[in-house]
Design a protein around this ligand. Structure first.
Ligand SMILES: NC(=O)c1ccc[n+]([C@@H]2O[C@H](COP(=O)([O-])OP(=O)(O)OC[C@H]3O[C@@H](n4cnc5c(N)ncnc54)[C@H](O)[C@@H]3O)[C@@H](O)[C@H]2O)c1
Length: 212
């Protein structure tokens, strides 16, 4: 199905879930059309960027008329594979991992953490946020081909060996919250989320580009 979709730039693709969430709410409230200015205000992306993004989706808004909400929604649903649930595994049920397990990702899109792994015997065998926690020793036997994404919330020093095992079992994407820089084959995608860097960059922007 995704083969039929036009290729869109990565920066645009990253904004899709944002647009999708907002349009879903609009649709639920019965709204049929939305202008780029309204969207801009809601998702905090400038309207020129929104118009350019939407032109990749084949959605051409008309002046004073706006975009068709249900057309955009069905496009996003297809593009984001909303009809298929992506099964996600989480490794490391500590402070951060526990928070993610308790957070219901299903609210926003069809990704679901289906199982978690840890080495702490006090955690293994329990459920957190309705998700079973297994021992890391069981990783290979528990993973199956439906699970393509992993969230890493382990101490940095064990991140690489765990990554190697995940990749060997067919994981294609890793959301890495550890400070470790991971080595992976070219075919594997790693998104590294470093909260310290995000915070630093926010402070930098506040200092250098203060709001008028
Ligand atoms: N807590 C935060 O706010 C925060 C913010 C940014 C980044 N991080 C990073 O996220 C990671 C997790 O942070 P945290 O605060 O949740 O730590 P934590 O110590 O609370 O949790 C780590 C968990 O990983 C488990 N673990 C240890 N070795 C393991 C292994 N080999 N296999 C599976 N599980 C293993 C531990 O038993 C523990 O449950 C760290 O790398 C940390 O630097 C944390």
């Amino acid at each position: 199905m995704s083969n039929e979709q036009p290729k869109i730039p990565q920066a645009t693709a990253k904004r899709l879930p944002l647009y999708y969430r907002f349009l879903k709410n609009l649709h639920a409230s019965g709204k049929l059309r939305v202008s780029s200015a309204e969207l801009s205000e809601a998702v905090k992306v400038d309207s020129a960027t929104i118009r350019r993004d939407f032109s990749y989706f084949g959605a051409l808004g008309k002046k004073g008329y706006g975009y068709n909400v249900s057309y955009l929604l069905s496009f996003f649903r297809k593009t984001l594979d909303q009809d298929e649930i992506t099964e996600v595994v989480l490794v490391g049920v500590g402070n951060l991992g526990t928070a993610f397990l308790n957070y219901n990702f299903m609210k926003n899109n069809n990704t679901q953490i289906v199982m978690a792994f840890d080495v702490d015997e006090a955690k293994v065998g329990n459920e957190v946020g309705g998700v079973p926690v297994y021992h890391l020793d069981e990783l290979e036997e528990r993973l199956n081909e439906r699970m393509t994404v992993a969230i890493l919330t382990v101490p940095a020093q064990v991140a690489q060996p765990i990554t190697d095992r995940l990749v060997r079992k067919g994981i294609k994407g890793i959301l890495n919250f550890t400070p470790a820089r991971l080595n992976v084959p070219e075919t594997i995608r790693v998104h590294h989320i470093d909260l310290a860097i995000e915070l630093q960059s926010l402070v930098y922007f506040l200092k250098n580009y203060p709001a008028e």
